[in-house]
Ligand binder design. Structure first.
Ligand code: NAP
Length: 305
């Protein structure tokens, strides 16, 4: 059977990928999107985007849904639940391999996003779903009047600690340094949240409990002293790992696996672009994702037409 052929295949139905497909289709490109799970990417679990995108829904799920609807009207062919496992350059573009199926496209955009990094301490995996969570908006209501621990010093940790403070009795915000790397507006908001208790210069070394989480083992780095901090929920926001494993070895990446691009998001392989959280140097906000999608689609449309 002959492979289905598109002008553009976008791998990943997060906001960056969806928006890129939309803008490419509006510019006349026959476009398909592939997604290994459900559309939306990491922001699917963010109820209030901060800052909210201009002239668009303010919840992650609503924003993604709105673009999915627009794409359907533009005849973008969506392949949910279809994991792209490989990519092969051909004389006329790329073979995109998804399990037993192969598709063809003149151009490909890698918009496969990133996953949350695990903390990597004893107990983290064992208590996943039994006190260890990575979704404050989904699981926060289950911790009403409870003590929880959030780990990290970036935007995710602070933003999600602020969400959890709506539900929990105490949110211990554990960061390994003396200073946060999060944006100043999130740091400033901590001062107005008495339920959030910052614990700086400290590391969570283990998650402990019996049937569920009962405490974390905490190392105070300045005193080199360890203690147990009682809690029933643990939320680690310690960075992202780019989902770039499906790309061939010749695609240049940084030390973290982020795909290296030029200023117009072209990768080291001609015809392949990368946008959003899979890309090295991604800015991290929804506005960045939309902007990268817009600019990549413009560059591809200029080549294709
Ligand atoms: P991040 O910016 O990479 O921050 C990760 C944090 O985890 C850092 O504070 C880091 O500590 C800490 N960390 C890393 N490994 C650790 C370990 N093993 N043990 C303890 N702590 C560890 O990740 P992120 O906060 O998930 O954000 C990812 C991207 O999304 C960023 O670009 C961010 O700006 C963006 N984002 C934006 C928004 C927004 O605009 N509303 C919201 C969320 C995320 P160090 O500081 O010591 O390195």
């Amino acid at each position: 059977m002959e492979a289905q052929t598109f002008d553009l295949i976008v791998v990943g139905e997060g906001v960056a990928g969806l928006h890129c497909a939309r803008r490419a289709a509006e510019r006349g490109l026959r476009t398909a999107t592939f997604e290994r799970a459900v559309f939306g990417g990491l922001i699917l679990n963010v109820n209030e985007l901060d800052p909210p995108p201009a002239n668009a829904p303010h919840s992650g799920a609503e924003l993604a849904s709105a673009i999915v609807e627009a794409n359907a009207e533009l005849d973008v062919e969506s392949h949910p639940d279809e994991t792209v496992t490989g990519l092969r350059a051909t004389a006329s573009g790329f073979d995109v391999i998804a399990g037993d199926s192969t598709y063809h496209a003149r151009y490909v955009v890698a918009a496969s996003g990133a996953r949350r990094r695990m903390l990597g301490v004893p107990g983290e995996e064992a208590f996943a779903g039994r006190g260890v969570s990575q979704c404050a908006d989904c699981d926060g209501p289950m911790y009403g009047n409870a003590d929880v621990v959030v780990i990290g010093g970036g935007d995710s940790a602070l933003q999600e600690a602020l969400v959890l403070a709506r539900y929990c009795k105490t949110v211990h915000l554990v960061h390994r340094r003396g200073k946060y790397r999060a944006q100043g507006r999130f740091v400033d908001r901590l001062a107005g949240e008495p339920r959030i208790r910052p614990i700086l210069d400290s590391e969570v070394r283990a998650v402990v409990g019996e049937t569920g989480v009962a405490a974390v083992t905490l190392l105070d780095r300045s005193r080199d002293a360890t203690r147990e901090l009682p809690c029933t929920g643990v939320f680690a926001y310690v960075g992202l790992v780019p989902n770039s494993e499906w790309l061939p070895a010749e695609v240049r990446r940084d030390n973290e696996g982020g795909v290296v691009t030029d200023g117009s998001f072209a990768t080291s392989v001609p015809g392949l672009w990368a946008i959003g959280a899979v890309r090295s140097g991604y800015g991290g906000t929804v506005a960045h994702a939309l902007d990268e999608a817009e600019r990549a689609s413009l560059a591809i449309a200029a080549l294709a037409t």
